[in-house]
Design a protein. Structure first.
Ligand code: CDP
Ligand code: MG
Length: 139
């Protein structure tokens, strides 16, 4: 089924000029970038976005990292987009990521791991709504 997922190209990747290379991996996997913008995430936005991790020891560092530089927020569309993008991204820790995945190719470490992707269709809808209005998404 055609569905949408939410993606973030994180500050470690924008800093190293990897937006285009990451978008190539995304498009080569058959996912269509139907919305995209480069923003600076506010402290409040990052805290809300990662609220589910608020009790984890890395939360403070994660919020600091996500606000440390520009990010590119995206909506991706395609067959089974949520699961497909998780596969294309690779494991959270790049040391465990499969060959050819974005994190294997580009991530610095488990924190600075270049990309975010939604983990369910429900979360995809919520995350897309946090950063995009309907008219910004052109499918
Ligand atoms: O991003 P993903 O869904 O693969 O992983 P997560 O478990 O939902 O964690 C969210 C983000 O927190 C990761 O992508 C990392 O940037 C960060 N993280 C970290 O800094 N240290 C960890 N041990 C685990 C996650
Ligand atoms: Mg996650």
């Amino acid at each position: 089924m055609t569905e949408r997922t939410f993606s973030i190209i994180k500050p470690d990747a924008t800093k190293r000029n990897l937006t285009g290379k990451i978008n190539t991996v995304i498009e080569d996997a058959g996912l269509r970038i139907v919305a995209q913008k480069r923003i600076r995430m506010s402290d409040a936005q990052a805290k809300t976005f990662y609220e589910v991790h608020a009790e984890r020891p890395f939360y403070g560092e994660l919020v600091e990292f996500m606000t440390s530089g520009p990010v590119v927020v995206q909506v991706l569309e395609g067959e089974g987009a949520v699961a497909k993008y998780r596969e294309v991204m690779g494991a959270t820790n790049p040391a465990q990521a499969a060959d050819g995945t974005i994190r294997k190719l580009y991530a610095n470490n488990v924190g600075e791991n270049s990309v975010h992707g939604s983990d369910s269709q429900d979360n995809a809808r919520l995350e897309i709504a946090q950063f995009f209005t309907d008219d910004e998404i052109v499918g």
